[in-house]
Design a protein around this ligand. Structure first.
Ligand code: PGA
Length: 254
């Protein structure tokens, strides 16, 4: 059985003191919810402080990005080794990185290789843009993103995939549970083809894009969807707690 997961992607929000405040607001509540992995991904500069605050709790920590070199003259970048010392997960290939920082195919693949090498668990984001969706190219796009991101990788170390249709991110216009379940089923079949059936069955695949406390149930009820990657709603303690709690309850019943 796959343990469901809710990951909060704080994006470029919160100063260090605001991050501390937010963790303090949700730490206790989050820690008490079982049968779901709870991951928070604050900005790099808050990782160390947040790590101290969640020590001894069941809350896990992730970063939002990583560079692919181990160390050296790459001013301003953060290496996988630095992160492995601080956190368990790292988001790779988020559509905002693809769109604003031109990170696609080969770069995403290099980041995946580098993260896995040091024992980080990637949360790999894939998803189609609006025009691709409208042109009926969703299947083609996610299949290609999956193939190029995972090229040459045979050790997956608890890799998590987040299916995030780009048109649903930050727009308030979420996909439907049914649509996402179908695409996530397709992603799982692709993983089975690239690896094997057992790996595909054990892999957690999340939905992301305008997830809220009001719509999480629709996604969590779907058999292929193992939870969510939550942006905006992860910055509100009460709402994030509600998302995690609903997921836990729905997945426990099933
Ligand atoms: P959103 O972001 O929940 O604000 O749409 C999701 C994401 O980008 O991971």
């Amino acid at each position: 059985m796959r343990v469901p997961m809710i990951a909060g992607n704080w994006k470029m929000n919160t100063t260090v003191s605001e991050a501390i405040e937010l963790v303090n607001e949700m730490r206790r509540g989050l820690d008490q919810i079982g049968n779901v992995d709870k991951v928070i991904c604050p900005p790099f500069i808050s990782l160390a402080a947040v790590r101290e605050l969640i020590k001894g709790s069941s809350i896990k920590l992730g970063a939002q990005n990583v560079y692919f070199a181990e160390k050296g003259a790459f001013t301003g970048e953060i290496s996988p080794l630095m992160l492995a010392d601080l956190c368990e997960f790292v988001i790779i290939g988020h559509s905002e990185r693809r769109q604003y920082f031109n990170e696609r195919g080969e770069i995403v693949n290099k980041k995946m290789v580098a993260a896995l090498k040091v024992g980080l668990k990637p949360i790999l984001c894939i998803g189609e843009r609006l025009e691709e969706n409208e042109a009926g190219k969703t299947e083609e796009v996610v299949t290609e993103q999956l193939r190029s991101s995972l090229a040459g990788i045979d050790y997956l170390n608890g890799l998590v995939i987040a299916y995030e249709p780009v048109w649903a991110i930050g727009t308030g216009k979420a996909a439907t549970g049914e649509q996402s379940n179908e695409t996530i089923g397709l992603i799982r079949r692709n993983i089975a083809k690239l690896y094997d059936k057992e790996i595909a069955q054990g892999m957690r695949i999340l939905y992301g894009g305008s997830v809220t406390a009001g719509n999480i149930a629709e996604f969590a009820q779907q058999p292929e969807i193992d939870g969510g990657l939550v942006g905006g709603a992860s910055l509100k303690a009460t709402e994030f707690l509600s998302i995690v709690k609903q997921t836990s309850e729905i997945k426990t019943v099933k």
